[in-house]
Ligand binder design. Structure first.
Ligand SMILES: Nc1ncnc2c1ncn2[C@@H]1O[C@H](COP(=O)(O)OP(=O)(O)OP(=O)(O)O)[C@@H](O)[C@H]1O
Length: 283
C-alpha cells in the first residue's frame, strides 16, 4: 500500500494505553485533521511515525517499507512537535542551513522570506524565542522542508489570529503548488475545518472515525426556529444539544434530517465540525 500505514500499532505507558491496536492509512497528497481530546494519543501516534518512540506492538510502513530505524523513510517524513531539537545557542538563520543538511530539499530562501513575513528575525537564537515565535519557527521549517509527509503537532500553539491565518494561507498555497500529505493535529477545530479534507478522530487510543470532512459533517444537522415547533420535531430523535434564546430554539441532531416531517418555518442547516466533534468524543 502506498502512503503511510499504521498496522496494529499499540503503545502503553505503565497503566495507560496511549494507542490501542491502531490501523490507519495516511494517503499521498491529502490534508488530514487528526482530532482528539487531551490525552487521546495524537502526539504518541506522531512520535511513533517519526521514530521518536517505538510501538509495543504493530508497525508503521511507508510505501510498504517499515519506517523503524529506516533513514530513507525518515527522510520523507517531517514532524513539527513541542520539542525543539536544535542546539540551544543556534541562530535561526543557522538553523535553516542546518535543516538543509538533513533535508536536502529544504528551501532556505523561502524560509528566510517567510521569517520576514511572520516578523521573525533570523538573527535571534532558537532558545530565545517566545512561545508564539517558537511555533512560527517550526511552522516555517515544515512549510519549507519539501518532503512528501509533514506532520504538524499543534502548529498554531500560541499564534495570534493574524499569524494563524498566515499559516493556513501558506499551507494551502504550498499544497496547491506542489501537493504533499499534511497531517494537522489541533484543538482549533473550526479554524482547520476549511483546510482539511480528511478527518481522523482518535478517542482513548482508538480510531473512532476516519473519513472525509464532508462525510463526517453529513452525520449531524441543526434545526432552528420557534421553540414549540423545534420541540415537536426533535421528539424521539437523536438530539445532542439545544440552545435557546427567547422563543427561539436551536437543536443539534445526529442522523439524516427527515425533511418530510419538518414543520413549516423551521430552518435546517448543517452542523459545524466542532459541535459534531464534541458530541462524537463526549464520554
Ligand atoms: N512519556 C510518557 N509517559 C507516561 N505517559 C505518557 C507519556 N506520553 C504520553 N503519555 C500518556 O499517554 C496518553 C496519550 O498522550 P498523548 O500525548 O499522545 O495525547 P494527545 O492526544 O497528544 O494529548 P494532548 O491533546 O493533550 O496533547 C496520555 O494519557 C498521556 O498521559
Amino acid at each position: 500500500m502506498s502512503g503511510i500505514e499504521l498496522r496494529g500499532v499499540s503503545k502503553r505507558f505503565k497503566d495507560v494505553t496511549a494507542l490501542d491496536n491502531v490501523t490507519l492509512n495516511f494517503e499521498e497528497n491529502k490534508i488530514y485533521g487528526l482530532l482528539g481530546r487531551n490525552g487521546a494519543g495524537k502526539s504518541t501516534m506522531l512520535n511513533i511515525i517519526s521514530n521518536r518512540l517505538f510501538p509495543d506492538e504493530g508497525e508503521v510502513l511507508l510505501d510498504g517499507q517499515p519506517v523503524r530505524e529506516n533513514d530513507m523513510a525518515q527522510g520523507q517524513i517531517f514532524l513539527i512537535s513541542e520539542k525543539t531539537l536544535y542546539p540551544e545557542k543556534m541562530k535561526i538563520k543557522e538553523a535553516f542551513k542546518w535543516t538543509q543538511e538533513f533535508y536536502p530539499d529544504f528551501d532556505v530562501e523561502k524560509a528566510r522570506s517567510l521569517a520576514e513575513e511572520f516578523g521573525l528575525s533570523d538573527k535571534k537564537k532558537v532558545d530565545s524565542l517566545s512561545t508564539g515565535y517558537e511555533t512560527i519557527f517550526k511552522v516555517i521549517l515544515a512549510l519549507c522542508v519539501n518532503v512528501p509527509y509533514v506532520f504538524f503537532d499543534e502548529p498554531v500553539l500560541g499564534l495570534d489570529a493574524n499569524h494563524r491565518e498566515l499559516f493556513y494561507k501558506h499551507l494551502l498555497t504550498k499544497y496547491g503548488e506542489d501537493p504533499f500529505t499534511a497531517v494537522i493535529s489541533t484543538h482549533l477545530i473550526e479554524e482547520v475545518s476549511n483546510v482539511i479534507e480528511e478527518i481522523v478522530i482518535i478517542k482513548r487510543g482508538k480510531i473512532i472515525y476516519n473519513e472525509s470532512r464532508d462525510e463526517l459533517l453529513g452525520k449531524g444537522y441543526t434545526v432552528s426556529g420557534n421553540a414549540g415547533r423545534v420541540d415537536s420535531y426533535i421528539k424521539g430523535r437523536d438530539v445532542i444539544g439545544t440552545d435557546s434564546l427567547g422563543g427561539l430554539k436551536t437543536a443539534y441532531l445526529l442522523g439524516r434530517p427527515d425533511r418530510g416531517s419538518m414543520p413549516e418555518g423551521l430552518e435546517l442547516t448543517g452542523m459545524d465540525l466542532q459541535k459534531l466533534f464534541i458530541q462524537l468524543t463526549n464520554e
